[in-house]
Write a protein that binds this ligand. Structure first.
Ligand code: COA
Ligand code: ZN
Length: 280
């Protein structure tokens, strides 16, 4: 009985083996989404996981979202402001919070949808963001041929897919954030609760470490997979929960259709990238 309750011990060596199994050899740029708990008991916790992630990547980035700053209307009361060290929302996780705590980490400016990045291409990633294109850092990762790592989480945590929606032309909603003493509008997407719908259409590498399933996907395959999928199923990424903002996006799609947008990846590059994957 005690044995059944005991959580498996995951060591740094097991993490290293798993990341190498995903094809990471220290030269790749990556965006990570992680559930620490999913592994079982990790020796050294988030610190050990971050250390192995850093050893196996040239650049490591992650969403570092802070939803407390998000406002529904320009006249809503402002309860929270944003600064470089503002705590990452709990549902984004311990690993991105630990990344923000690193002295060499850069964080993008967006008060609600900031990204954190460490390493070689960190600056290019955090600078590729705007209020109109909050997921712009994914455009930079696209140009860098980065990998999206899903560590014990599924596509409902896969931020990269939002950039695919952006290029495909899914209507964006408007929310507001406090910035520089003002309250300013920002584009804001549908939710990601049903993003597993894309799973049959995108291929990645999978390994198991402890109890966790780890996946690695090329950002290009994800983004292009979404573009192709949505061209055939424009509402295919939206959830069906009646009170979710996804239903507002659904109404807009039915009224206006999809209006594809221009890729703006690393600064200075633009133009819609050629599709590199196809949905059968
Ligand atoms: C929501 C989410 C963060 C929850 O995962 P989680 O494993 O419970 O949370 P974290 O990764 O923050 O890890 C903290 C938890 O790990 C557990 N933990 C603590 N030490 C641990 C250790 N040494 N080994 C294993 N687990 C440990 C604890 O249960 C802790 O939760 P607690 O602080 O409430 O006790 C995760 O499911 C997820 O979705 N991550 C990706 C988020 C993302 O990138 N979203 C993109 C938005 S589109
Ligand atoms: Zn939804």
């Amino acid at each position: 009985m005690l044995n059944m309750l005991r959580r498996p011990q995951v060591t740094a060596a097991m993490l290293a083996e798993g990341l190498a199994g995903l094809g990471l050899d220290g030269t790749q740029h990556a965006i990570v989404h992680a559930s620490l708990r999913s592994f079982g008991q990790v020796e050294g916790g988030a610190v050990a996981l971050l250390e192995e992630l850093r050893r196996h990547t040239a650049t490591l980035s992650a969403p570092a979202f802070t939803y407390a700053t998000l406002l529904r209307s320009p006249t809503s009361s402002v309860y929270a402001s944003f600064a470089r060290d503002t705590r990452v929302s709990r549902d984004i996780g311990r690993v991105p919070q630990l990344m923000v705590e690193q002295a060499d980490a850069l964080r993008s400016f967006h008060p609600a949808l900031s990204f954190v990045a460490i390493g070689k291409q960190a600056r290019a990633i955090v600078e590729a963001q705007s209020l109109e294109s909050p997921y712009g850092p994914i455009g930079a990762l696209y140009d860098l041929d980065a990998v999206a790592l899903l560590l014990g989480v599924d596509h409902s945590s896969n931020t990269t897919l939002h950039y695919g929606e952006y290029l495909a032309g899914v209507p964006l909603l408007t929310r507001y954030v406090p910035l520089g003493g003002n309250v300013v509008p920002t584009a804001f997407p549908n939710c990601s609760a049903d993003f597993e719908n894309i799973a049959p259409y995108v291929q990645g590498k999978q390994v198991t470490v402890g109890r966790a399933q780890l996946g690695a996907y090329r950002v290009r395959d994800l983004v292009d997979g979404v573009r192709t999928f949505l061209a055939a199923h424009p509402e295919g990424m939206l959830c069906t929960y009646p009170t979710c903002r996804c239903q507002e996006v659904r109404r807009l799609i039915r009224a206006e259709g999809l209006r594809p947008r221009t890729h703006s990846g690393l600064l200075g590059t633009s133009g819609l990238p050629e599709l590199t994957s196809r949905v059968s």
